[in-house]
Ligand binder design. Structure first.
Ligand code: SMG
Ligand code: MG
Length: 365
């Protein structure tokens, strides 16, 4: 039985500021959802940021949506599947739905003695790990940071770009680290389709992909850009559901998809998108939202599905935090092990949880 939903919040500093085309993050402000059952409990992490700049969702709003609209849909016998069905009339609010769904999945799978990886259909026991490198203060700094990550064994580098910080960055990293480095860029929607001639200059550098060059809503712009450049277009922010994924594929707005469970309303929808892409031969990879171990554990289970053929932004705990909320995920030979214990396979460490605040509790009975 689902007895209660608890909401927890806390804050954890990043080891280094993370700058993207839309802003700088120096810490994660966290919302965790805990689904409390009789013998077990499950955890879900909300990936929303403090400000609505990656997408329209933001943390404070998620707290309101979860409390006012999602928790009232829960019953003692709710499962992740029944919860998602029961909130289908609530529009958008993907990140809010995803964290409640994740907590329910964790709880139910623990009760059934099954790991999330097994439940989702994982075929791998470890996943290839890439790293997302924020915009740095200078090219020298960028070379230094990329060099360190490569030394640690990361298998693929993603450079954040923005107008004025793009072609030159890629040129320098290619020159420094050679042609065989798996390299891609992420614009976080910072360009317009009129920048196509400029972005075409990236074609010279044999990138794996360019991620979300144009605004979230501009699917047709991505179609036009994808026709104009050779670098494969990958969508992140634009893909909010199975339906948008299907549309983007059919329209040829992208040839690769970044799957983030938080962005699409949960792991169940993420798996459906994976299955569609697998069927259509569209490569996918698992994105990241600077998750702590709670969100990371579940993402690794998803990334272990067979269609995840490109290294993800599923980096080791040390890339983000001096001390993670869970036992740390470590990089071994460029890979991270997929949790194989029941549920998401990890829990908050008691002394880390002590620094968090349980600020709301809703009984379901
Ligand atoms: O989790 O390593 C991570 C971050 C990966 O670059 C990353 N995420 O657009 O893909 C993306 C960004 C979104 C988060 S920016 C705070
Ligand atoms: Mg992205």
């Amino acid at each position: 039985m689902l007895r209660a939903i608890e909401l927890w919040r806390g804050r954890i500093e990043l080891v280094a500021p993370f700058r993207t085309s839309f802003g700088v993050d120096t810490a994660r402000d966290l919302l965790y959802v805990r689904a409390v059952g009789d013998g077990h409990s499950g955890w879900g992490e909300c990936v929303a940021g403090v400000e609505p700049n990656y997408s329209s969702e933001y943390l404070e709003n998620c707290i309101g949506v979860v409390s006012k609209f999602l928790v009232p849909c829960l019953h003692p016998d709710s499962t992740a599947e029944s919860f998602i069905a029961s909130v289908s009339s609530i529009r958008g609010n993907f990140m809010s739905k995803a964290c409640v769904e994740a907590a329910l999945l964790d709880l139910r799978l623990r009760e059934q003695n099954v790991s999330l990886a097994k439940y989702l259909g994982a075929t791998k026991t470890r996943v290839a790990s890439g790293v997302s490198v924020g915009i740095q203060n200078s090219l020298d700094d960028l070379v230094g940071v990329v060099g360190e990550y490569l030394e640690q064994g990361y298998l693929r580098i993603k450079l954040k770009i923005e107008p004025g910080n793009d072609i030159e960055l890629v040129r320098v990293i290619r020159r420094e680290f050679g042609d065989t480095l798996l390299l891609q860029v992420d614009a976080n929607a910072a360009y317009t389709v009129d920048d196509a001639p400029h972005l075409k200059k990236l074609d010279a550098f044999n990138l794996l992909l360019i991620e979300q060059p144009l605004p979230e809503d501009d699917l047709f712009g991505h179609v036009r850009l994808a026709r104009a450049i050779q670098t494969p277009v990958c969508l992140d922010e634009s893909i909010t559901s199975l339906d948008t994924a299907r549309s983007a594929i059919e329209l040829q707005a992208c040839s690769i998809i970044n799957i983030k469970p938080g962005r699409v309303g949960g792991y169940l929808e993420a798996k459906k998108i994976h299955d569609l892409c697998f069927d259509r031969g569209i490569p996918v990879w698992c994105g990241g939202m600077l998750e702590t171990g709670i969100g990371r554990a579940a993402n690794l289970a998803l990334a272990a599905l067979p269609g995840f053929t490109l290294p993800g932004d599923t980096s080791a705990s040390a890339r983000y935090f001096a001390r993670d909320v869970t036992e740390p995920f470590v990089l071994e030979d460029g890979h991270i092990a997929v949790p194989d214990k029941i549920g998401i396979g990890v829990e908050p460490l008691p002394d880390m949880l002590e620094k968090f605040e349980k600020f709301a509790e809703f009984r379901t009975t």
